[in-house]
Design a protein around this ligand. Structure first.
Ligand SMILES: Cc1cc2nc3c(=O)[nH]c(=O)nc-3n(C[C@H](O)[C@H](O)[C@H](O)COP(=O)(O)OP(=O)(O)OC[C@H]3O[C@@H](n4cnc5c(N)ncnc54)[C@H](O)[C@@H]3O)c2cc1C
Length: 401
């Protein structure tokens, strides 16, 4: 392989998960190259919630102070019933004894990936290469050979290990032929963002609100720049109609009593999936983040669980790279993160979706009664807060041998 550039770890994708993974490795002195197909880190409105344990992890790589400075602190979140007006509030301050960050931080995810990608420039052992698209790769017993499309040609790189942080459509997962089991929701979701201050119209609004309704449920999320309103759409309608003024006016008319005066910055349609890769590892290649699992956004678990993958994988991979542990460590990464994706993230997001869809049926009445009981009962409420803040998922993962 003389003449071919080498590194210890190649990471595909400079999203939040790839940049966190790269920073962990770079800070440990590992030689790492990040390949990103786009010209820069994406600046779209996707994840906006950082849960307490994620803030604690990100503190280890020095980025939490920036998130605290740029984001909004949200100790309280609401489950609301649109028809009755009932509000059930949960306050993370109650779990201050287990975390130094008893709140969610509401901050656009691109602050994380852009901040980390810029900081990686300062490491001599790390590089982020934009406009570098992984085309294909082949692994053998000692490493992985990559073919990468650049603006001017095809580059070759040999890495000891390859980490796929290349998102939902992961080319790495596809080349490995790993099944991505699960389902796609029939309805698409429409995400509208506006600078209109919704709290002026809806009293007692939290920064994070899940509004249950059988006809049109809503997620109302505040980030520093805008309010984001997420609604399900009618599968029979086309893109133009769904993004139209008429549609936007109707949504805000029903929400705050006026629609035409509301200006929107984004009107984004997207499909939502519940899928988990059959394996998070094949030999010297590991999947992290959206390349390994997808879930609906109710609870804000997608990016957070990807960051948790990165920290877990770092703990397993670093000793392997140092020759202090064998490949069994990588198999443990696969078991811990894959099993917890099924037992926690998938299960909880499906439950959150069932609750928000509401309905007049007895199943919804039972779910509502359970939520009210959790609110009233100190022990149940604490367990619920720790579950929704993802502490429980981390405890579950570390218990898997
Ligand atoms: C509307 C919406 C709201 C969301 N809200 C939340 C929330 O509140 N909380 C939460 O935790 N999660 C949320 N999520 C999910 C969250 O955005 C994702 O889980 C997160 O972006 C996953 O990060 P990632 O780094 O794994 O993948 P991505 O962010 O998708 O990054 C993948 C990167 O890989 C690059 N890439 C792809 N293929 C190649 C290739 N062949 N070569 C080189 N580069 C490549 C892409 O260009 C991209 O930059 C939301 C998602 C959506 C759509």
């Amino acid at each position: 392989m003389s003449g071919v550039e080498r590194c210890q770890v190649a990471i595909v994708g400079a999203g939040p998960v790839g940049t966190v993974m790269a920073t962990l490795l770079a800070q440990a002195g590992i030689d790492v190259v990040v390949l990103e197909a786009a010209e820069d880190c994406a600046q779209d409105l996707r994840a906006s919630t950082f849960h307490p344990p994620t803030l604690e992890m990100l503190d280890q790589i020095g980025i939490t102070p920036m998130l605290l400075e740029r984001g909004l602190k949200a100790p309280v979140y609401h489950w609301r019933d649109r028809t009755t007006g009932e509000v059930i509030d949960f306050d993370l301050t109650e779990v201050s004894d287990v975390t130094r960050y008893p709140f969610r931080i509401q901050c656009e995810q691109y602050h994380l990936s852009r901040g980390l990608a810029a900081a990686l420039d300062h490491y001599t052992n790390a590089q982020v290469r934009f406009s570098h698209r992984l085309l294909t790769f082949q692994q053998d017993d000692h490493g992985v050979d990559l073919a990468i499309e650049t603006l001017t040609g095809i580059d070759r790189l040999r890495a000891d290990y390859l980490i796929a942080a290349d998102g939902a459509n992961s080319i790495v997962r596809k080349w490995l032929g790993i099944e991505f089991d699960g389902f796609t929701y029939a309805e698409r979701f429409l995400c509208l963002s506006t600078e209109t201050e919704l709290a002026d119209h809806l009293p007692n609004l939290a920064y994070v609100n899940y509004v249950s309704d059988p006809k049109e449920w809503l997620v109302l999320l505040r980030v520093p720049s805008v309010w984001r309103v997420l609604v399900p759409t009618d599968a029979a309608l086309g893109d133009d109609e769904l993004r139209s003024e008429r549609m936007k006016n109707g949504i805000f008319e029903r929400l705050i009593g006026e629609g035409s005066s509301v200006q929107t910055q984004h009107r984004t349609l997207y499909r939502v999936h519940q899928r988990v890769a059959k394996s998070f590892r094949e030999g010297r290649v590991m999947l992290v983040g959206d390349s390994a699992h997808l879930n609906n956004p109710l609870g804000g678990f997608g990016m957070n669980s990807g960051v948790h993958d990165a920290f877990n994988l770092f703990d397993k991979l670093e000793p392997v790279l140092r020759g202090r542990a064998g490949e069994g460590n990588l198999a443990l990464y696969d078991r811990q993160r894959r099993e917890v994706t099924h037992s926690f993230t998938q299960m909880q997001t499906k439950e959150n979706m069932a609750f928000i869809k509401g309905g007049q049926d007895s199943a919804h009445a039972a779910r509502r009664a359970k939520m009210q009981e959790m609110k009233q009962n100190d022990g149940l409420r604490r367990a619920y807060l720790l579950r929704q803040a993802m502490f429980e998922s981390l405890a579950q993962a570390s218990a898997i041998a």
